[in-house]
Design a protein around this ligand. Sequence first.
Ligand code: KG4
Ligand code: ZN
Length: 339
Amino acid sequence: MIILGIETSCDETAASLVEDGAKIIANIVASSSEMHTKTGGIIPEVAAREQVKSMIPVVSECLSAGKIDISQIDAIGVTIGPGLIGSLLVGTETAKTLSYAWSKPITPVNHLVGHIYANWLDQELPKLPAIALVVSGGHTDLVLMKDHEEIEWIGGTRDDAAGECLDKCARLLDLGYPGGPVIANEAQKFNPTKSELKIKLPRPMLDEDNFDFSFSGLKTAVLREVNNLKINRQGLAVEQLSYEIQEAVTDVLVAKTLRAVQNFQIESVILAGGVSANQRLREKMKIGTEKNKVSLHIPPLKLCTDNAAYIASCAFFNYHPLSWQEISPNPSLTIISRV
Ligand code: KG4
Ligand code: ZN
């Protein structure tokens, strides 16, 4: 079965063709991320206007790249939420129009559940039940995935998401947007074996006996350090702070995931969402899961951040074909909302 995936929940405009939920035929992503670097974050109106311009070219490019005729497509899978309403409307209206014009059913996809399916594409499939850590710009959730369509929420952030924290800290350090990759890049320049780490940041909720996170206090602690140090952009302090921010965020993410591993009978740990591109998180999670003797599944780098391949895969494994009239965006879906 071939599904055309469409994803426009944030600043990406993406289309992908995936066969049987696992084989990527084509995967095209256009991003307006560079425009948001100038403003230090996404301006929703700017993102949506760019998506209106790129949507049809991205779908056309996807069809040509996949050398697929429209008659070979069985269904369309589209992100209906969560996300920015203007952006979601571009994707859902496009999917509805194509569904009507081509007479194909549509399966609505929850973007957060979609992220998890980046681990089903072109690689060894995770065994279920699994603990999935979904860490993106807007969400940080720990779920117990018993099976497809059987996801239980066990914990999540009480305030800022991990990616949001990295983005806000990068802004405080005047490093640009998106924050995760720029902080990782600065952090790499600091070598703790050669220089003394003079900055210590909190690990919020690390020792609490639950599966929840809190990252807003970390951001405030960084603001205090920035004000204290009156750092300049190139100074060692930026590298030290970036290093310690990355250590603090990843320490908590790994500790809470492993706490969940020890609490539930599971086969694997699944990482998903834009922050799962972080090398330090990957390293620490690998060590932790090896110690706990569970397999770890991490998407290839290009599938961690927003794209439509995992949307098409999720549509295949959670297939509920609807007609175009039944599809509408819902910006405030949670990871366990039924779509
Ligand atoms: O999943 P995603 O592409 O979009 C949302 O659904 O939010 O995630 C974007 C987030 C941003 O906060 C960005 O800073 C973070 O993922 N991110 C990273 C890395 N690449 C992207 N965080 C840490 N390390 C990275 N290499
Ligand atoms: Zn995402």
